[in-house]
Design a binder for this molecule. Structure first.
Ligand code: FES
Length: 238
């Protein structure tokens, strides 16, 4: 029999199977905790820290997407400390993000922009080095702009675990971390099958569809790269 765990989130009691994360338990109560890197069962890595919550008795805020529930846990998802930490996390991400929203292909569908609004970002108080990596427009259908990447690794997860291609991966460390095909190859040189699943799960304009005219010319120029692949159903980001 499944062991059940009872906990309290924002004053409401909920009972969920052991092993459930605080994020999913909160969702059962209809409590929304913002997320960015999270994809249920595919990418639960606690990378972005946007889902921070306060747990009674814990010394630091915890990432709800990777925090398993425990009996009697008391969670606050809306305390002033939580709100401030989430806003700071998003401000730090945006501090290394090109301010090109008006001309970005994702300007109407950018999750980062929506998130910034949700958590109350009004200005970016941080300045410093910014990522300066070239745009990769080599593929017939996908444009990769590493400057807009938030390192959520959702594309890595879908490329490896769903499509089982493994084209994209994290390279380097610290500030130099970037998501790229192996050996710094561009997408056209790499094992990319141009399935587009990475584009579907990318929260920003880091991976976008190439516009149709450019795509047709690119296919004509690289017919050998235009292979037919088995594409898994689109991944639902939740
Ligand atoms: Fe939880 Fe990114 S959504 S750390």
């Amino acid at each position: 029999m499944t062991e059940m765990v009872q906990l309290t989130i924002d004053g409401q009691t909920v009972e969920v199977p052991a092993g459930t994360t605080v994020l999913e338990a909160a969702r059962q109560l209809g409590i929304k905790i913002p997320t960015l890197c999270y994809m249920k069962e595919l990418n639960e890595i606690g990378a972005c820290r946007v889902c921070l919550v306060e747990v009674q008795g814990a010394r630091t805020l915890q990432a709800a997407c990777v925090l398993p529930v425990s009996p009697g846990m008391v969670v606050n998802t809306k305390s002033p400390a939580v709100r401030e930490a989430r806003r700071t996390a998003v401000e730090l991400i945006i501090s290394d993000h090109p301010q090109e929203c008006l001309t970005c292909a994702r300007n109407r569908t950018c999750e980062l922009r929506v998130l910034a609004e949700e958590v109350g970002v009004r200005q970016i108080p941080y300045t410093g080095a910014t990522t300066q990596l070239p745009v990769d427009a080599s593929s017939p259908s996908i444009v990769r702009d590493p400057r807009k990447c938030v390192l959520c690794r959702r594309c890595v997860a879908v490329c490896q675990q769903v499509q089982q291609v493994g084209c994209l991966q994290a390279a380097e460390r610290g500030f130099d971390t970037n998501i790229t095909p192996a050996f710094g190859d561009n997408l056209n040189e790499a094992v990319c099958t141009f399935c587009g699943q990475c584009v579907l799960v990318c929260p920003t304009g880091a991976l976008t569809e190439k516009n149709e005219t450019a795509r047709v010319w690119s296919v004509l120029a690289n017919p050998e790269k235009h292979v037919v692949v088995q594409v898994a159903p689109a991944v639902r980001v939740s």
